[in-house]
Design a protein around this ligand. Structure first.
Ligand SMILES: Nc1ncnc2c1ncn2[C@@H]1O[C@H](COP(=O)(O)OP(=O)(O)O)[C@@H](O)[C@H]1O
Ligand SMILES: [Mg+2]
Length: 258
């Protein structure tokens, strides 16, 4: 059987008396797109950061493509895993192209190879190549988030961790980015773990939804199956939210039309 891209085995992380993660075990097969959802403070960001080594778990083991993450040099681990933050965190004094080229530069690529890679990455995230010369402040929020994705992909990681990547964007931009990113995930055969607050986004984009509550996984399954299998009332409420919203929208829009 193929090695899962990510294996979490009994991950624990405490802050003082409080457990941010209280024994999380999760296998993510290569190529899967997983949405990680849960209330604020449920441990989503902590979980992502234990995977790429930004946070050392207090207990348990992280395995990335079969290797114990604690035994992999941190820079190597981070290079093999792309990370996209909600606040993209582009360097304002560097051009868009220079921001995307940060990792290639660290890796010592020459100018021609780096420039070619920047062009290729801009094509991938559907941005015109001209934006490479601009400052981040000259782009829209959606364009900046695309740059964040391009930068995360620069060293050709096969795993992407995304922490509410589209959370700060307006709904239309968010929708377009989500759809484009899903296409990219498929095209590059990535494995993606994406934190989102938006259950509709999770249902529409992900192969699998994992729900965290107080540092524990309380539901885990394909979008279409999750509602039928979960007993947890909070999880049911969360999963039913997009459907309730769609029904209310239809009622109101019909009401306006008639
Ligand atoms: N550096 C930290 N120090 C103390 N507590 C923290 C720290 N980081 C996170 N926490 C706590 O751990 C819990 C999980 O946080 P987090 O993973 O950020 O949740 P989420 O991303 O789901 O909102 C929260 O109760 C949060 O307050
Ligand atoms: Mg968070």
């Amino acid at each position: 059987m193929a090695q899962p891209a990510i294996e979490l085995i009994g991950i624990e992380k405490r802050y003082g008396a409080r457990a941010a993660l209280a024994g999380v075990s999760l296998d993510v097969p290569t190529g899967q797109f997983v949405a990680l959802v849960g209330a604020s403070g449920s441990g989503k960001t902590t979980l992502l950061k234990t995977i790429n080594g930004l946070i050392a778990p207090g207990g348990g083991q992280v395995r990335v493509v079969g290797e114990d993450a604690a035994a992999v040099p941190p820079h190597q681990l981070r290079r093999s895993i792309g990370y996209v933050f909600q606040e993209v965190g582009l360097f304002p004094h560097l051009s868009v192209g220079e921001n995307i080229a940060i990792t290639p530069k660290l890796l010592g690529w020459d100018r021609a190879r780096t420039a070619a890679r920047v062009d290729e990455l801009l094509d991938l995230v559907v941005l015109p190549r001209e934006v490479a010369a601009r400052a981040p402040a000259q782009l829209s929020g959606g364009q900046r988030q695309r740059v964040g994705v391009a930068r995360a992909l620069a060293a050709e990681p096969k795993i992407m961790l995304m922490d509410e990547p589209f959370g700060a964007l307006d709904p239309l931009t968010r929708d377009a980015l989500g759809t484009d990113y899903r296409a990219l995930h498929d095209k590059l055969s990535l494995t993606t773990l994406m934190v989102t607050h938006d259950m509709a986004e999770a249902v529409l984009l992900a192969d699998r939804i994992v729900v965290l509550k107080d540092g524990v996984i309380v539901a885990d399954g394909a979008p279409g199956r999750l509602l039928a299998t979960t007993q947890d009332p909070d999880v049911r409420a969360l999963l039913e939210a997009p459907r309730r919203q769609a029904e209310r929208l239809r009622e109101r829009l019909n009401g306006v039309a008639s």
